[in-house]
Design a protein around this ligand. Structure first.
Ligand SMILES: C=C(CC[C@@H](C)[C@H]1CC[C@H]2C3=CC[C@H]4[C@H](C)[C@@H](O)CC[C@]4(C)[C@H]3CC[C@]12C)C(C)C
Ligand code: SAM
Length: 353
């Protein structure tokens, strides 16, 4: 007969095995902890009450992209209420793409892409830098920590302001990083008050690019630099063949209409900027490596969200939003593969001294 100690230790080993298996399954389903500063159990509708998420999603699902100029900021705000938690959970704290860097992980490549901005605009300790359309502040924290500059971010979405402030505090950067809710088409900042500015994949939400550029121009000090990574259609885009792909991208990302690469330089010059440099950072390699959402990842996330929504932990409607994002990812990949679309068209401008 087994000694009581032996029985106890084999039961203990069994329990440990079950616990270990459950933990691995849980970690597999919810994703790696370091990536998910926002675990799946926190998925919400942003500032929209959980019970209203489905109605709001129905509201923002028109077949046509919203093009009525004065409705765009509200529409974009609703969009970010619906997607912010899913983005943070499934992508991270930086809501943008980045070119792959050989030998570096996706996270490292994303940081390098953000750090390039420090060099481009020459951000230095003590400078006051503006982040136009800051999301939940991933890039802001990287740039502030690396450069020693103070960064002020603006986003239309109140929920993102709260997330960004929480993360700034956690990172010990709340003295250097400030976030305000507001419309980048009419910013609550005095003229000539920033030493530099940048925007990452945000000005594509502006119905008229000249309007947001004019605001950035106004708040920059003379001689200061502004850089933008923006979404554009490339010279290979043929509306008669490719319109469906571009409309798919616009619909799934709350864009009022993608602009051609040539419109970017024209808009910058129109508001008075000197254009210093222009480069498409997505052109090599030509495949859409910047959007590799594996099928396994999608299905894992789909299962997690479906279960959480069925249990009433995630709001009803989250499954629809997630499904919409998967379709969006397909349109983005098709646009990238055909080389008719880039999310990383870089422009560097100076406000004349
Ligand atoms: C600049 C913008 C957003 C760019 C990207 C951050 C997001 C564009 C598409 C998003 C995603 C698509 C698929 C999702 C996936 C189905 C889910 O399981 C996990 C999250 C996704 C990967 C999600 C993450 C963010 C994007 C890549 C726009 C709005 C101007
Ligand atoms: C794709 S996210 C990019 C966020 C951030 N730049 C990053 O890379 O993590 C676009 C951002 O632009 C902001 N935005 C869009 N339209 C805006 C507007 N009219 N005024 C202020 N912010 C706006 C959104 O709220 C969101 O924070």
């Amino acid at each position: 007969m087994d000694s009581p100690l032996a029985v106890f230790s084999s039961a203990g080993a069994g329990a440990l095995l079950v616990a270990g298996t459950l933990y691995c399954l849980f970690a597999f389903l919810l994703g790696p902890v370091e990536k998910n500063s926002n675990p799946a159990v926190n998925l919400s509708g942003g500032s929209i009450a959980a019970g209203n998420v489905r109605d709001k999603y129905e509201f923002r699902r028109p077949k046509e992209t919203v093009r009525v100029t004065d409705k765009v900021p509200d529409f974009v705000d609703t969009f970010y209420n619906l997607v912010t938690d899913i983005y943070e959970w499934g992508w991270g704290q930086s809501f943008h793409f980045s070119p792959p860097v050989p030998g570096k992980s996706d996270g490292e490549a994303s940081k390098l892409h953000e750090l390039m901005i420090v060099d481009l605009i020459g951000a230095r300790p003590g400078d006051r830098i503006l982040d136009v359309g800051c999301g939940i502040g991933g890039p802001m924290r990287t740039i502030a920590a690396h450069s020693g500059a103070n960064v002020v971010g603006i986003t239309i979405n109140d929920y993102q302001v709260n997330r960004a402030r929480t993360h700034n505090k956690k990172a010990g950067l709340d003295k250097q990083c400030d976030v305000v809710q507001g419309n980048f088409l009419a910013m609550p900042f005095p003229s000539n008050s920033f030493d530099g500015a940048y925007s990452i994949e945000a000005t594509c939400h502006a119905p008229k690019l000249e309007e947001v550029y004019a605001e950035i121009f106004r708040v920059l000090k003379p001689g200061a630099l502004y850089t933008s990574y923006d979404w554009i259609t490339t010279e290979k885009y043929r509306p008669e063949e490719d319109a469906e792909i571009i409309q798919g991208i616009e619909r799934g990302n709350a864009l009022p209409g993608l602009r051609s690469y040539s419109d970017i330089t024209a808009a910058a010059r129109e508001v008075g900027f000197e254009v210093v440099r222009v480069r498409d950072l997505a052109r090599e390699p030509t495949t859409a490596r910047w959007l590799e959402v594996g099928r396994m990842t999608y299905w894992r996330n789909h299962v997690v969200i479906t279960v959480l929504a069925a249990l009433g932990i995630a709001p009803k409607g989250t499954v629809d939003v997630h499904d919409m994002l998967r379709k969006t990812a397909d349109w983005l990949a098709r646009g990238g593969e055909k080389d008719i679309f880039s999310p990383m068209h870089m422009i560097l401008c100076r406000k004349p001294a």
